[in-house]
Design a protein around this ligand. Structure first.
Ligand SMILES: NC(=O)c1ccc[n+]([C@@H]2O[C@H](COP(=O)([O-])OP(=O)(O)OC[C@H]3O[C@@H](n4cnc5c(N)ncnc54)[C@H](OP(=O)(O)O)[C@@H]3O)[C@@H](O)[C@H]2O)c1
Length: 215
């Protein structure tokens, strides 16, 4: 068993999260739709000489082997990928990073009937405990392993224990986690992330983030 299995571990966000967690000493499985791509991503991560073990494989393997499973695939891929991992995540904590974007430029949300990508994920994975987090944390910044993040991540979900696991994972990345409430708040978190994407474009930045004061 690994600490974290990442569905979409070959992508910008999944790979950056995985290498940060491995740098903090956690064991990670990087998943892909294509096993060889997962294996290759793991080789690339291991070449960074990280503290924690990194292995790779299919998304299904990442979901089976991860104690906590992180979703880092595009929203439009949920309908295909989530049913495939459903048996593997029964009873597990699933942390969804997905922003339900239909386009990036300009950033436009594709709001599903459930209200957010995370609520759709919970509907597709009814036996899992879905938490939404990390939407506003840019892959660009995460990938700079020595860089302090100095920002917050909002975390929401309906299961207290699941939310605590996500908070621990946020801390391992060097983030402060802020409890935003139940999973019905996920739409707000995703809209905030769309705003962050728009701010990156308007101010020609790559790593706009969110920091709350007074907490
Ligand atoms: N980039 C960021 O800064 C950032 C920040 C916060 C949250 N997120 C969220 O993280 C998720 C991934 O974003 P990303 O920027 O990492 O995207 P990305 O670089 O394009 O990576 C997405 C990964 O998802 C997998 N995938 C599965 N089905 C796919 C499909 N139908 N089309 C394309 N890729 C598919 C691909 O892996 P295989 O081809 O190996 O299967 C790919 O490596 C999104 O939901 C996004 O909202 C991203």
């Amino acid at each position: 068993m690994a600490d974290v299995g990442i569905v979409g571990g070959t992508g910008q966000e999944g790979f950056a999260l995985g290498t940060r967690w491995a740098a903090a000493g956690l064991s990670v499985v990087l998943g892909s739709r294509v096993k060889e791509r997962g294996l290759e991503a793991a080789r690339r991560a291991r070449s960074l000489d990280l503290l924690g073990a990194v292995s790779g494989g299919t998304n299904r393997q990442a979901a089976e082997e991860g104690e906590v499973v992180v979703l880092a695939v595009p929203f439009h891929a949920h309908a295909q990928i989530l049913p495939e991992i459903r048996p593997a995540v029964r009873g597990k904590v699933v942390v969804d990073t997905t922003v339900a974007l239909r386009s990036l430029d300009p950033p436009e949300l594709a709001v599903p009937e459930e209200g957010s990508a995370a609520q759709r994920a919970q509907a597709l994975l009814p036996e899992a405990k879905v938490v939404a987090a990390f939407h506003t944390v840019s892959a660009y910044k995460l990938a700079q392993l020595g860089r302090e993040l100095e920002e917050d991540t909002l975390v929401c979900g309906d299961d207290r224990h699941a939310k605590e696991r996500a908070v621990e994972l946020a801390k391992a990345l060097g983030l402060r986690a802020v409890d935003a409430g139940g999973l019905d708040q996920a739409g707000t978190l995703e809209r905030l992330a769309a705003l962050v994407v728009a701010l990156n474009r308007r101010y020609r930045r790559k790593a706009v983030g969110v920091r709350f004061v007074g907490l």
